[in-house]
Ligand binder design. Structure first.
Ligand code: ADP
Length: 183
């Protein structure tokens, strides 16, 4: 029984890849944007995505009426190498007692569900909430990885083939690597 569980966990981990780089340069079915409630662009990864995707993205976003924290909405990728962008809004870190964990989990779940609905099998996440929104990377990386692993346990490789975590710097990259080893 134990052996089977170990093998299963290993197989799921093989569908996860932690990489370092700029998510807006990735060519994949969908990249996830750590957006804000307006969906009209902002700083950090959101700024990089809007800048590269172009004005057409802003136009589509203006039709979406914003997005609640923890929820997700999809647009085309326009000038990005990726086909689609899944915009999700992470929680602002307020010390940990303001439903931050629950909301961050929802970001990953709702993004994956949208990917699934649209038949998108390979997607990439940035480290949601850990920049301007101040979520500690150690906690956020653990939530990101466990939430995605739990979903990959339910949805097989035929539905969600691969999930990339794109880390923008060494600190985030190393934290994700260590977090994955511990799971
Ligand atoms: P949030 O407001 O959700 O905190 P940020 O964009 O400020 O979003 O930061 C989220 C994470 O994305 C941070 O770890 C930041 O270093 C990283 N980041 C910033 N630009 C990029 C990019 N182009 N590609 C991938 N990650 C990025």
């Amino acid at each position: 029984m134990m052996d089977v569980e170990v093998i299963e966990k290993h197989e799921i981990k093989n569908r996860i890849k932690i990489i370092k780089g700029d998510i807006s340069e990735l060519k994949i079915d969908a990249i996830v944007n750590a957006a804000n409630n307006t969906l009209l662009g902002g700083s950090g990864v959101d700024g990089a995505i809007h800048k590269k995707a172009g004005e057409e993205l802003l136009k589509e976003c203006q039709e979406l009426n914003g997005c609640k924290t923890g929820e997700a909405k999809i647009t085309k990728g326009y000038n990005l190498p990726s086909d689609y962008i899944i915009h999700t809004v992470g929680p602002i870190w307020e010390g940990g007692n303001h439903k931050e964990e629950e909301l961050l989990e929802e970001c990953y779940m709702n993004s994956l569900n949208l990917a699934l609905e649209h038949g998108l099998k390979k997607l990439a996440f940035p480290s949601i909430s850990t920049g301007a929104y101040g979520y500690p990377v150690e906690e956020a990386s653990h939530i990101a990885l466990t939430t995605v692993i739990n979903i990959l346990e339910i949805y097989g490789e035929d539905l969600i083939e691969k999930v990339f975590f794109v880390c923008f710097n060494d600190e985030v990259y190393n934290t994700y690597k260590i977090a994955l080893e511990k799971i």
